[in-house]
Design a protein around this ligand. Sequence first.
Ligand code: ATP
Ligand code: PYR
Ligand code: K
Ligand code: MG
Length: 593
Amino acid sequence: MAQSLQFFTSTTRSPTVSAFPNHTHYAISKLSSRRSSIFLFPMTITSNYSIRASSTSDLDSSSPSSSSSQVLVSDNGAGFVSTASPAFVSDLSSIEVDAVTETELKENGFRSTRRTKLVCTIGPASCGFEQLEALAVGGMNVARINMCHGTREWHKMVIERVRRLNEEKGFAVAIMMDTEGSEIHMGDLGGASSAKAEDGEIWTFSVRAFDTGLPEHTINVNYDGFAEDVKVGDELVVDGGMARFEVIEKIGPDVKCLCTDPGLLLPRANLTFWRNGSLVRERNAMLPTISSKDWLDIDFGIAEGVDFIAISFVKSAEVIKHLKSYIAARSRDSDISVIAKIESIDSLKNLEEIIRASDGAMVARGDLGAQIPLEQVPSAQQRIVQVCRQLNKPVIVASQLLESMIEYPTPTRAEVADVSEAVRQRADALMLSGESAMGQYPEKALTVLRSVSLRIERWWREEKHHEAMSLPAIGTSFSENISEEICVSAAKMANNLGVDALFVYTKTGHMASLLSRCRPDCPIFAFTTTTSVRRCLNLQWGLIPFRLSFSDDMETNLNKTFSLLKARNLIKSGDLVIAVSDMLQSIQVMNVP
Ligand SMILES: Nc1ncnc2c1ncn2[C@@H]1O[C@H](COP(=O)(O)OP(=O)(O)OP(=O)(O)O)[C@@H](O)[C@H]1O
Ligand SMILES: CC(=O)C(=O)O
Ligand SMILES: [K+]
Ligand SMILES: [Mg+2]
C-alpha cells in the first residue's frame, strides 16, 4: 500500500495568509485502491485527486509534455531526445541510462551510487576520443575546458568529441567553459612546456612582443601597464608561490627580477605582486572581470551550447547578473548555468551576494591561495561550501586535490585526506585540473576521486554523521516555502524509514536541487523533461538525472516509471521509494509493485 502526504494550495491563495500549519486541517482519504493519502489543506477541497497544487513556481503546466505520452526516455543526459530520429522516436518506450550509472545501480544497488560529482579539466593528456571515453566510463560528470589554454578550434573539437561520446555511447557528460579572466599572467614560454628558474638568476619580465622567439631567461607578461605599475623592491610571486622573484631594475618595458625562490614556471602562470608584505591589488582592481577576449569566448560558449560558464576572478555580484542577462538575451532555449569562481579577496568579501546571483560556485584554491595566506584557504573552503549549501547552489572544490598524480600513479596520503575532507564537507563536486589536463595519469586520478568519494560517503552514512546544518528558508514566495518544507520532510522521512531512493519529478530542476540540498542517505532519481536541465543536475550532489516525458498525473507517472525502470532491472518489486513532484505538492511513500 502506498501512502502520501499532500499539500494543497489554491492559485488564488492570498500571500498574506502566513501561518500555513495553523490554517490547515487534516483528513485521511482513500485516493485509489493502492494508495492512501493524508491531505493537509488550508481550504475546502471540492474534488480530491484532480486537484493540483498550481501555485508552485516550479510548475510549468504549459509544457507540451503534459499532453504527450508518458514515456521514460532517460539517456541520463546523453541528448537522445532532442536529436531523436524518427526511427528512434518509435522506440521511445526503452530506457537509455548511461553505462556507468546503470552498472552501478545493477551491481551495487541504489545505496552505493556515488553522490559526489566529478569534474575533469580536459587538456592535451585527455582530449583524444578514447581518452575522453575512458574518463566518462570512470565517472566524469562534467568536462571542463579552460579558455586560458589552447585555441578556440581545439576547444570546439573537444566539445564535439564529448557530444559525440554522449550521443554514440549514451553518456551524460556536461560541458563547462572556464573563462581566462583578466588577471596578470605570464605568456606561453615560446612553446616550451615549462622553464626552471634557479636561485640567484636574473630574469626579464617584459610586455614587449618578441617576433623571433623569446630570448633566454625572458618571460612575457600579458598586462601593458605592468612595467609602470611595478616598483623596485616588489616581490613577484608566480602561481601562488611556485617561484619567487624580487624586482631589481626597470628598463622601459622590461623589468629585471632576481630569482629568490627557485621553481618551475608553467605557461600562462598567474603573477601576483607583493609590497611590504601585502598583495598589491590596485592593478587588478582596474581590470574588468570579463575581458574583451572573455566576451568572445562567452559568445563561443553560447554558440556551442555549453552547459556551464565559469567566471574567473569574480569580484562582485554585478558581473554575474550582467552575464546572466547577456546569456538570457542570446540563448532563449538553452539554460547555461553561470558558476562564480571564488579566487580573490574581493570574491570572499562579497561572497553571499555573489553566490546568490550565481547558479553555483567553485572554490578555486589555486589562485585563492595566491591571494590569501595558504593557512586561510581551508577555512575559506569550508565557508564557501556552507554558504552554497544554505543558498542551494552547487559548489565545486577545485585545484591540487591530487597534484602529485600529475607525475606519479599514486596520490600522497595528504592528498587523499584533502579529497576526503571535501567529500565530508558534502561539496557537490570535486575537480581535477593539471591531473587530467596534462598529467601522466588522468584515469588513475579520476579513479582515486571516485573510490575516495564512495568510501567516505559510505562511512559517513554508516556512522550516521547527520550533520545538524540548519537550512534556512530561501524561497521568496509561499509556494517556494512549501516546496522547501516538502523536500526537507521527504529527506527526513527517507532517512528515518531507510528508503531505497527518492524520486522527484521536476520540470525546472528546482525541486531536485532542494532535495539534494538536504543530502539524504539515499540517492535521488531526478526525472525532468529537458536535456539541458538534466545535464545541469549532473553537477549536484546525489542526483541521478533522467529525462522523462511526464504528465501532471503522478499515479500515471509513477506506474510508467516503475515499469520502465523494472524492465531494465534498475529497480525491483518491494523497493521502498518516496516520491515528490512539483506538479502535485505531495510526499508519497510506496513499495515498488
Ligand atoms: N587546453 C589546454 N592545453 C594545454 N594545456 C592545458 C590545457 N588546459 C590545461 N592545461 C594545462 O593544465 C594545467 C592546469 O590546468 P588548469 O585548468 O587548472 O589551469 P591553470 O592554468 O592552473 O588556471 P586556472 O586558474 O584557470 O585553473 C595548466 O597550467 C596547463 O599547463
Ligand atoms: C581553478 C582555478 O581557477 C584556480 O584554482 O585558480
Ligand atoms: K581560467
Ligand atoms: Mg584560477
